[in-house]
Design a protein around this ligand. Structure first.
Ligand code: ADP
Ligand code: MG
Length: 547
């Protein structure tokens, strides 16, 4: 059993450190992170506003001191599925009727979804002027290692908006590689000697390359933005304007350096300028000419620092607007509508954002005698490929009586309300960004505390059981060093650019790539997994296989 391999590996991993070794390692990590901008703006909980009134400070992002061992076959499977997942979600976002059928019951009771849907309907009524869509995706997985079965890969969720941390994750890979190989791979000084850091021949039956695999998250994500920028073509303004990409960000974003890693690469390697625009400033600094003057609806950006310069926006890359808290001003929804009706390529469109709902993920798990939606969306792929995708699905259940999945309703409700089964499940609303789920024995009392007609907003998902032996040490953003049992979540990045074809629900895919990964590692007793939300640290991985 593969979990036995994990037990064996973790029996002496990470290697024990003397106080002198730990001091050296922690000091090296503290310096490396700041030197290479593996950093975040500190939260007020760590540095109070009185101490940092001008917001000038940055601090190390939370990182693990060691890479986490990860089965090579599972990593390769996750990578091999990414382009198919990209295509799947491009297809879903292009099938408005299907999305409406899946989501309409939820839209009826969920204001946030209802507002998103309204934006789509309003733009559809007026007519979309942009048929290209860009997805910058991250598919998240955990290892599933039940007592009696080999370890396997299970999808936690598929992100279609604001898939973050590509710009920091590769730096953790570089840092762990440096620690494992400096001054020489044979004799690193920051890590004590350990078989996982050396060549595989020295170990009994476990094969590794002794360092994390390369992480191409930044070039992959940026190539997606660049492909969309190119596909937009020339300016639609009269007279022509220079073009740019707009990064739409939260007003109080702390994860700035992750985003800057992408914009800097975009300029350096593709010569494409980009600007950051906080959501509250959209209507102040962007405009669309009137219908009479220019029906093509170019999105024109005027940098506040240079009011005499104008740019035409080719791509709006959303690193905000995924959560209700991003829509707190009276004009927030008008701003979202304004962007959606523009000619800029949206990453994502409203329909693509909605495609990332947990509800869609749940519906995709349905099998005969219910409709096999996965197969219907991926008709060109072999049964073996579909099976590989399905093998990553955890059992998921509807808590509604939608006609699309008539037979699954009673089971979901029964499993959620019965304490014995609830303890093996998580209840998820249609929200992103962490901190929204309800776990285990909190599920029955929670459901009983809300009106029954609200239950359909949630989906029930079986808990994934990661290997229990995993351990690591974390340098937290507040400087504390904490060791213990951990759970890791692997994200694989991918991008996809497609054109919707009139009268056809199957889009024309122009660019579809996979590349780069994120490993987030959290304490074993923490249910949630977000780094920005304060639960996890950034990690990288050492692949191993049994030989
Ligand atoms: P969000 O959109 O808020 O990120 P997720 O579906 O990713 O929602 O859930 C948040 C966190 O909850 C995950 O990062 C993971 O740590 C945990 N989680 C979610 N689903 C499961 C599951 N089926 N089993 C175990 N943990 C889960
Ligand atoms: Mg998540």
């Amino acid at each position: 059993m593969a979990d036995q391999i994990a037990n064996k590996i973790y029996a002496d991993y990470p290697p024990a450190l003397t106080p002198e070794q730990e001091d050296y390692l922690v000091q090296t990590v503290k310096n490396w992170t700041v030197e290479h901008a593996l950093t975040v703006r500190p939260s007020a909980a760590i540095v109070p506003e009185e101490t940092n009134p001008t917001g000038v400070l940055a601090t190390s992002a939370p990182v693990t001191l060691f890479p986490s061992p990860f089965p090579k076959a599972c990593f390769q499977q996750a990578k091999s599925l990414q382009q198919i997942y990209n295509e799947l979600y491009a297809n879903i976002a292009s099938d408005e009727q299907w999305l409406e059928d899946v989501l309409k019951e939820l839209i009826a009771v969920d204001d946030f979804l209802a507002n998103l849907w309204k934006v789509h309907l309003a733009v559809k009524e007026e007519g979309y002027v942009q048929d290209l869509s860009l997805g910058m995706f991250r598919s998240d997985y955990m290892l599933h290692a039940p007592e009696d079965a080999p370890v396997s890969l299970r999808q936690v969720e598929f992100n279609t908006i604001s898939s973050s941390f590509g710009g920091l994750a590769y730096k953790v890979t570089d840092m762990h590689t440096h620690l494992a190989t400096f001054p020489s791979p044979k004799q690193p000084v920051a890590y004590p000697p350990h078989p996982l850091f050396s060549s595989s021949s020295e170990k009994s039956n476990i094969n590794t390359i002794g360092r994390p695999p390369p992480n191409e998250a930044v070039p992959t994500l940026v190539a997606g933005l660049a492909a969309a920028h190119e596909a937009y073509g020339t300016s639609r303004s009269t007279p022509d304007l220079p073009t740019c990409i707009l990064f739409l960000v939260q007003d109080a974003e702390r994860n700035v350096f992750d985003q800057l890693a992408l914009s800097t690469h975009l300029h350096k390697h593709h010569n494409i300028p980009s600007f950051r625009l906080p959501v509250s400033k959209i209507l102040a600094y962007t405009s669309i000419p009137s219908k009479d003057s220019n029906p093509a609806r170019p999105l024109v950006y005027t940098p506040p620092s240079s009011p005499s310069t104008q740019f035409e926006v080719t791509v709006v890359y959303f690193r905000a607007f995924y959560a209700p808290t991003d829509y707190e001003t009276p004009s927030s929804w008008a701003a979202r509508h304004h962007l959606e009706r523009s000619a800029a390529i949206k990453c994502p469109t409203v329909l693509l954002q909605l495609s990332g709902s947990k509800k869609v993920q749940q519906v995709l798990t349905s099998r005969p005698p219910d409709t096999d939606h996965l197969k219907a969306f991926l008709t060109e792929h072999s049964e073996a490929t579909l099976e590989s995708l399905r093998s990553t699905f955890a059992p998921q259940y509807s808590l509604s009586a939608s006609q699309l999945e008539a037979t699954s309703e009673p089971e979901g409700i029964r499993l959620a309300l019965d304490e014995k089964s609830a303890v093996n499940h998580v209840l998820k609303p249609q929200r992103e960004g962490g901190g929204n789920n309800i776990y285990r024995d909190n599920i029955p009392p929670f459901l009983n505390s809300i009106p029954k007609d609200q239950w359909k907003q949630y989906i029930l998902m079986e808990l994934i059981h990661p290997p229990s032996a995993a351990k690591n040490t974390v340098l937290r953003s507040d400087g504390q060093v904490v060791s213990g049992n951990v759970i890791s979540e692997l994200g694989i990045f991918g991008t996809c650019l497609w054109r919707t074809v009139p009268g056809n629900t199957v889009p024309e895919i122009l660019h579809n790539t996979e590349g780069g990964y994120l490993l987030r590692t959290k304490g074993k007793d923490s249910d949630e997994g977000g780094v920005a939300a304060g639960f996890s640290s950034l990690d990288s991985l050492i692949l191993y296989e049994e030989v």
